[in-house]
Design a protein around this ligand. Structure first.
Ligand code: CA
Length: 756
């Protein structure tokens, strides 16, 4: 190791012998800056192990193919860029490897940028074995890219990216300058790990180009990457340019699709999509001219419409660049699509998207839907597609696809984990036998763990018994570690301060035969405040508002007023909440601005004498298509004398990039609810812009009506087998759709006394 003076001496010595490549070992940003002034082709700058805080790491220069300029850690996995850090690369033949970005975020528009400045874009450079772990801007709606690739001939490979929670594409290839088109970039063997639902547009994992430059060819190859639970929005990959190749990538339980959104002549081949039966999983969405979709394997998809296993869209005649160019000259052959909910032709057909596919072929595909469900659907004219030798093994087929052979085929799983027909005579159908899915140990880096999939609750295995009394619960909650369980016995627990929750904890009553559940009282306006990292599970406890003070915006549980990056989970089972009456709008749970719950789940619980809402998820009122809860499930619970709506969910705007919110409200009993003068919605259930709602088997007495407002897209509302007495009729509105309300209603009983 060299001292600071040693670095200077080394530089002088290098000046005397410029032909010799040399290592610059640097221990701080000043030493780095000194080394940067000296580097030449073949030189290596070595960053000392440890934390590099607030580091604007810039590298540029002229390397050569046989002698790149390299930035590397002393040891891989032991150099951390934290705080407000980022990497910018200019010049040519630069190699950067082995860095970890964590505990911070980029102060710029990118974490890793293949340009130093607008006029110094990287060429023939490579970033490999770099980790970007939860390096998201704090405000989920402040946008950046984690990786921006500019210039030409660059490679981005074996990198690990997990947990982008703020708006903006994880990896964007930019074509906004002449030299960045026909770029021949290679993006390979990366691990695109879980990206949570963003709850707005801008949650794509990979985007190549933009509509503005989509007439240009990018010629980027995306190969052998894994996309694991990349759920951000409806597009996992948004290809917005021509001449790209997507080959051999594996998509695991990822919502959305690989979308050929703009640009022509792209190839999508030998990719593997495994949906695992998860909601909204999809495969490939086809738009534009000259697209080739061949030899792909797609299994276990549950998406429909835009997120079907395969969606071939209708286009707009003479489409402007930002709309939908018609499908022309598509070749779709040799694909297996099995155990999937939908394949759609002419998807999106409407007055504007009126141009069906033309001059296209669809051949040798092996297709299987779900037993008893419709599968292959046609929404317009398919006469411009030549169909040949397609086999459907399961699921309903639209009449206009009468050339398809419909017959079961015996399938077996081969050594590569994929299903193939047993009968050798059917070998020409579907995906090829020689697919070899890239595996998790072949992507990203070996020295940084890939995230598992366990529940956040109880994960630590630690159970702590908490005795009744004043302050005991607060002390235990603050001392608890992520994943701990706090076990309460019968008796009163009084909280004299709000519990700040920045971890996953379970608060659970120890169930004893004949004993009362423990009751929790609180003397502050809020019992629990959810902060960054907070997740809450309540079980077999009573929350009683008797000691709460009168304060504006009282809520037993609420999110902090600061933005929260990570999506949270809130669960209640066998919970009683009562007596939140000290003022006129006391909520049980309030989700505030810039927070998103992945799931709020309430079951077997009882709520009574509450002046406000039970779940308020209506803070994103700017109509940007943002919202506060993805899944809200309330089942088998009772609600009596609730002043506000039980559920208040708001998602405004016309954006179509999200799947949620998704609301289930079934098997509940409701009485005297939604009638407070302060309830401006006038409803007991108030759903605005919810994409999927199931309201089933509820018994409703002397309450305000259910109110469902549909906004964009094709919302699915099902209201079935409910009983309403002394409750006004359903209030159903459509904001953008002309025609009768699209809610499916059946078997609802309206007793006399309803105000029709
Ligand atoms: Ca999008």
């Amino acid at each position: 190791m060299l001292a600071r003076s040693g670095l200077v001496l080394l530089a002088v010595w290098l000046g005397a012998s410029p032909a010799l490549a040399e290592d610059f070992f640097v221990r701080n940003q000043d030493e780095y800056a000194g080394a940067l002034k000296q580097v030449e082709a073949g030189d290596v700058i070595i960053l000392a192990n440890g934390e590099w805080l607030d580091f604007d790491l810039v590298i540029t220069g002229k390397g050569r193919a046989d002698a790149p300029i390299t930035v590397t850690p002393e040891e891989v996995g032991k150099v951390f860029l934290t705080g407000q850090s980022n990497l910018r690369i200019g010049g040519e033949y630069i190699l950067v490897k082995g860095l970890v970005f964590k505990d911070g975020y980029s102060p710029r528009g990118e974490v890793v940028s293949f340009r130093r400045t607008k006029n110094d874009q990287a060429r023939n450079s490579r970033v490999t074995e770099v980790v970007i772990d939860n390096f998201s801007k704090p405000d989920r709606y402040e946008s950046d890219y984690w990786v921006g690739i500019y210039g030409s001939g660059n490679r981005f490979d074996h990198n690990h990216m997990v947990g982008k929670t703020n708006k903006g594409v994880t990896l964007a290839v930019r074509l906004d300058s002449e030299e960045s088109r026909e770029n021949d970039h290679l993006i390979d063997h990366n691990y695109f790990g879980p990206r949570p639902v963003l709850g707005s547009n801008g949650g794509e994992t990979l985007r190549i180009g933009t509509s503005r430059y989509s007439m240009h060819r990018s010629e980027t190859t995306v190969e052998n990457n894994i996309f694991d639970r990349t759920d951000g929005e409806v597009e996992i990959i948004s290809s917005k340019s021509g001449g790209n190749v997507f080959r051999g990538n594996v998509f695991l339980k990822s919502r959305g699709t690989l979308t050929l959104r703009h640009g022509d002549d792209n190839i999508v081949e030998r990719n593997i999509f495994m949906g695992g039966g998860k909601d909204y999983t999809g495969g490939i969405r086809v738009i534009n001219r000259g697209q080739t979709i061949r030899d792909n394997y797609i299994e276990g998809m549950r998406g429909t419409a835009f997120s079907s296993a395969l969606a071939i869209m209708n286009g707009v005649p003479n489409s402007p660049v930002n709309r939908y160019v018609e499908v022309e000259g598509a070749t779709i052959e040799g694909n297996t699509i099995i155990d999937s909910r939908r394949i759609g032709f002419n998807v999106g057909a409407d007055d504007e998207r009126s141009a069906p596919p033309s001059n296209s072929t669809f051949a040798n595909n092996l297709l299987g839907g779900i037993e008893g469900e419709s599968f292959l659907e046609v929404y317009d004219d398919v006469s411009g597609i030549a169909f040949a030798n397609n086999r459907v093994v399961e699921g309903g087929v639209a009449d206009s696809l009468d050339s398809f052979t419909k017959a079961p085929v015996e399938m077996e799983r081969a050594d590569n984990g994929l299903l193939y027909p047993v009968d050798p005579a059917l070998a020409s159908l579907g995906a090829p036998r020689d697919l070899t899915p890239v595996t998790l140990d072949q992507v990203g880096v070996s020295w940084y763990a890939k995230p598992g999939s366990g529940s956040v609750f109880g994960a630590s295995g630690t159970v702590t018994t908490v005795e009744p009394g004043e302050g005991t619960l607060v002390a235990a909650a603050m001392a608890a570690k992520d994943g701990d369980v706090l076990l309460l016995s019968s008796g009163e627990y009084i909280a004299n301060r709000t519990i700040p929750l920045d971890k996953a904890i379970t608060i659970k009553g120890a169930y004893e035969e004949g004993a009362d559940a423990p009751s929790i009282l609180f003397t502050r306006p809020t019992l629990i405040e959810l902060r960054e990292g907070g997740n809450l599970q309540l079980e077999s406890v009573i929350i009683d508002g008797a000691l709460a003070p009168d304060s504006v915006g009282n809520s037993a549980i609420r999110t902090t007023t600061y933005p929260i990056k990570s999506n949270m989970q809130i669960e209640m089972n066998r919970v009683t909440v009562r007596g939140l009456v000290v003022n006129k709008s006391f909520n049980v749970l309030t989700l505030g601005k810039s927070s998103l719950a992945d799931r709020v789940s309430i079951k077997n619980s009882a709520f009574s004498d509450i002046t406000g809402a039970v779940v308020s998820a209506a803070a994103e009122t700017e109509d940007f298509g943002q919202y506060n809860v993805e899944y809200l499930d309330i089942t088998d619970s009772t609600f009596a004398e609730i002043g506000g709506p039980i559920v208040n969910v708001y998602r405004g705007g016309r954006d179509e990039s999200t799947f949620g919110p998704f609301v289930t409200f079934t098997g509940n009993a409701i009485a005297g609810t939604g009638l407070a003068a302060t309830n401006t919605s006038g409803a007991s259930i108030n759903l605005h812009g919810v994409q999927t709602a199931n309201l089933d088997r509820n018994v409703v007495a002397a309450s305000a009506p259910f109110r469902i407002v549909h906004t964009v897209g094709t919302p699915k509302t099902s209201i079935t087998s409910n009983q309403f007495a002394e409750t006004p009729d359903l209030v159903l509105e459509e904001l953008n759709y002309e025609g009768a309300h699209r809610a499916q209603l059946s078997d609802n009983v309206f007793a006399e006394g309803n105000d029709k």
